[in-house]
Ligand binder design. Structure first.
Ligand code: ADP
Length: 543
C-alpha cells in the first residue's frame, strides 16, 4: 500500500525559499578581492541568485548546461551555488590548485559552457582558454571598476550582467534526481573523476549535516567554512547554513591567513568553523605566538585527513573548542562519519579518551558502512579487525560522470572508499590508512595514522608523515618524515623514544628524516605518493 503523503521533490530551491521566508534578515559576510567585508542578508543573496538564473537564460545557456566556477569562498560564489543549480543547470566547481592539464581535462570532460571566475585566476584561464574550445564565454566575478585587462574571449563582468538581469519570479520544480553540482576528485593517479550530485542527495546530506550528532547546526550559529567552496561544496556548509538560518562568514581568497581567520572568528561571532588539519596548523601556531583566543568559537569540524591528537587536545585545553573529527570523501557529498559521544563514550577520560577522539566517528543516519576482507567477506565490528571500508546510501556516488570504463569502485551496491578501517561495536570508525598508503611489514599492517599521532604530540614537530619504504628483510618498514625548526639527531632520537610503550614495538619507525616541507595535494593533504617518490633513493640504515 502506498502512503498518502505529498510527493514534494527534495530540491535546493526549497532550502533557498525556506531561508528567505524564515531567516531573510540573517547576515552573510564575505572577504573578497574588491571588498574588505561585504555584508548583506539571505534575502538579498537569494534575490541575486534569481538574477543569476535570469542571466544564464539571457546568455543562451542550455537547460542542463554545466557552468564552471573557479572561485574562492564568498557571496558571489554562494549566489552561483543557488542560481545555477535551482535553474536546473549544473554547478561545476573547479579546484584552481589543479595542474593546468588537469584543469583542461575536466573543463572539456564536463563540457562546461561558461566559466565564472575570480579575477585572480585570469592568467590561469588565459593560459588554457585555447585548449577549451567548448567554453562559450567567461564571466569575471567582480564589478566594472575591477575588471581585468584580458585576452579571454567573450569576457563579461558579473556585476554588470547581474544589474541588467531581472530576477526570475521563482525557480522551476523538477525531478529531485536532477543533477545539481559536479566536483572532480583530485585524481592522484589517472584522470580526475567527476562526482555528479543531485538535488535529492544534496538536500538529504544537508539535513544530516545539521543533526545534533553531526555538525549540530542551528539558527543561533555563525558558520565559517574554511574548506573551499570548490571542494565538495565546502562540505555542504553553504546549504546547511541557509537551511537552519545560521550566519555565514566567508574568508574569500584569504583562507590561509591565520590572522584574518582569527579576526573573522572573534569579530563576527563565529561559533563553528570547518577545515582540513593543514589549515589549522598555522592558526594554532599564530594563536600561541600572539596570545589571542578564539572566544566565540565552540566547535570545529576537522576532516579530509586524520586530525592529529595534539591538535584536538590543544583546541580543547587552550581554547575550550571541541573538535568534531569527521571523515568523508568527494564521492560521499562528502560527510560519512562524525565523532560525537554516545552514552558509552561520553564519560571517557585519560588514555581511553585520547584513544577515542582520534577516531573518525559514527556513520550519519543515511550512511551504511561495512569493512570487508580481501575476498569481499564482511568482517566483524569488534574494534580490532581491519578491512576495506565500503559505504552505501542516498548521498554516495552510484557511478562517476561519463566514466571512460566501468567503475572498479562498486561492489554489489557498495562503494569501495579506498580506506582501511576498524569499526567497533558502537559503530565508531577508525581509519588506519588509505589502501594505497598501507605499510605492510612482514605480512602485517602498520597504521601510519597512529604513528603520525604520536610524533605530532612532540612540541617541535610542525608537520609529519609516515610512509612505507622497501626493506630487504621486512618487505616494507615505516619512515617518519618530519618538518621541524629543530631538526637534528637529538630530536630524531627523542622522537623514536616517544613510540616506546605507545605502539607495538615492531611498529616503531626504523628512521627519521627531516624535510623543509611536505608535499601537499590540491586539497591540502599530505601527498604520500609524492613523498614516497621523493624518498625513492632512500635506504634504511639497517638495510
Ligand atoms: P581527494 O583526496 O582525492 O581530494 P577526498 O577529498 O574525497 O579526495 O578525500 C577522501 C579521503 O580523505 C578519504 O577516502 C580518506 O582517505 C581521507 N580522509 C578524509 N577524512 C579523513 C579523516 N578524518 N581521517 C583520515 N582520513 C581521512
Amino acid at each position: 500500500m502506498r502512503g498518502l503523503m505529498m510527493d514534494t521533490p527534495l530540491l535546493l530551491q526549497n532550502i533557498a525559499e525556506h531561508a528567505v521566508c524564515n531567516h531573510g534578515g540573517r547576515e552573510i559576510v564575505s572577504v573578497t578581492a574588491d571588498h574588505d567585508r561585504h555584508r548583506y542578508t539571505f534575502a538579498a543573496a537569494m534575490e541575486r541568485a534569481r538574477r543569476v538564473t535570469a542571466l544564464l537564460d539571457s546568455l543562451g545557456t542550455t537547460p542542463d548546461a554545466r557552468i564552471a566556477t573557479l572561485a574562492w569562498n564568498d557571496f558571489r560564489h554562494l549566489e552561483l551555488y543557488f542560481g545555477v543549480s535551482c535553474s536546473g543547470r549544473v554547478l561545476h566547481t573547479i579546484n584552481p590548485r589543479l595542474f593546468a592539464e588537469q584543469l583542461v581535462y575536466i573543463v572539456n570532460h564536463a563540457e562546461d559552457e561558461w566559466v565564472f571566475f575570480d579575477v585572480a585566476f585570469t592568467g590561469l584561464l588565459e593560459s588554457v582558454a585555447t585548449q577549451c574550445p567548448g567554453v562559450r564565454g567567461y564571466v569575471a566575478m567582480t564589478d566594472a571598476a575591477h575588471m581585468p585587462e584580458s585576452s579571454l574571449p567573450n569576457l563579461h563582468c558579473y556585476e554588470t550582467l547581474l544589474a541588467a538581469a531581472q530576477p526570475v519570479a521563482g525557480w522551476p520544480e523538477f525531478d529531485e534526481n536532477t543533477a545539481s553540482s559536479l566536483c572532480y576528485t583530485s585524481g592522484t593517479t589517472g584522470h580526475p573523476k567527476g562526482v555528479l550530485y543531485s538535488h535529492r542527495s544534496t538536500v538529504l546530506h544537508t539535513y544530516a549535516m545539521a543533526l545534533p550528532d553531526s555538525a549540530g547546526l542551528s539558527a543561533l550559529d555563525c558558520v565559517l567554512p574554511i574548506v573551499p567552496m570548490f571542494h565538495v561544496n565546502a562540505w555542504g556548509y553553504p546549504y546547511a547554513a541557509l537551511m537552519v538560518g545560521a550566519k555565514l562568514v566567508f574568508p574569500g581568497h584569504r583562507l590561509s591567513e591565520p590572522e584574518l581567520l582569527v579576526d573573522l572568528i572573534t569579530e563576527e561571532g563565529v561559533t563553528i568553523a570547518g577545515g582540513v588539519p593543514t589549515v589549522w596548523l598555522p592558526v594554532l601556531d599564530y594563536l600561541r605566538r600572539s596570545g589571542r583566543n578564539l572566544a566565540p568559537l565552540n566547535r570545529t569540524v576537522i576532516g579530509g585527513s586524520a586530525c592529529p591528537l595534539a591538535m584536538i587536545e590543544e583546541f580543547r585545553e587552550a581554547h575550550d573548542v571541541t573538535v568534531l573529527h569527521g571523515w568523508g570523501m568527494t564521492e560521499m557529498s562528502p560527510v560519512g562519519t562524525v565523532n560525537r559521544p554516545n552514552a558509552n563514550t561520553a564519560d571517557l577520560a585519560g588514555e581511553a579518551l585520547r584513544a577515542h577522539v582520534v577516531r573518525q566517528g559514527r556513520a550519519l543516519p543515511g550512511v551504511e558502512l561495512r569493512i570487508v576482507d580481501e575476498d569481499g567477506e564482511e568482517l566483524p565490528r569488534d574494534g580490532s579487525c581491519f578491512g576495506a571500508l565500503q559505504v552505501r546510501g542516498p548521498w554516495v556516488c552510484a557511478d562517476y560522470y561519463h566514466p571512460e570504463a566501468p567503475s572498479a569502485a562498486h561492489h554489489e551496491g557498495w562503494f569501495d572508499t579506498g580506506d582501511v578501517a576498524i569499526i567497533d561495536a558502537d559503530g565508531y570508525v577508525k581509519i588506519t590508512d588509505r589502501t594505497k598508503d598501507v605499510i605492510k611489514s612482514g605480512g602485517e599492517w602498520i597504521s601510519s595514522i597512529d604513528l603520525e599521532n604520536v610524533a605530532m604530540s612532540h612540541p617541535r614537530v610542525r608537520e609529519c608523515a609516515v610512509i612505507g619504504l622497501p626493506h630487504p628483510k621486512w618487505q616494507e618498514r615505516p619512515l617518519l618524515v618530519v618538518v621541524s625548526d629543530a631538526a637534528d639527531d637529538a630530536l630524531a632520537a627523542e622522537l623514536l623514544a616517544m613510540f616506546e610503550g605507545r605502539v607495538a614495538k615492531w611498529w616503531i619507525p626504523n628512521d627519521v628524516a627531516f624535510v623543509e616541507s611536505l608535499p601537499h595535494t590540491a586539497t591540502g593533504k599530505v601527498s604520500k605518493l609524492n613523498l614516497r617518490r621523493a624518498f625513492d633513493e632512500y635506504r634504511f640504515p639497517d638495510a
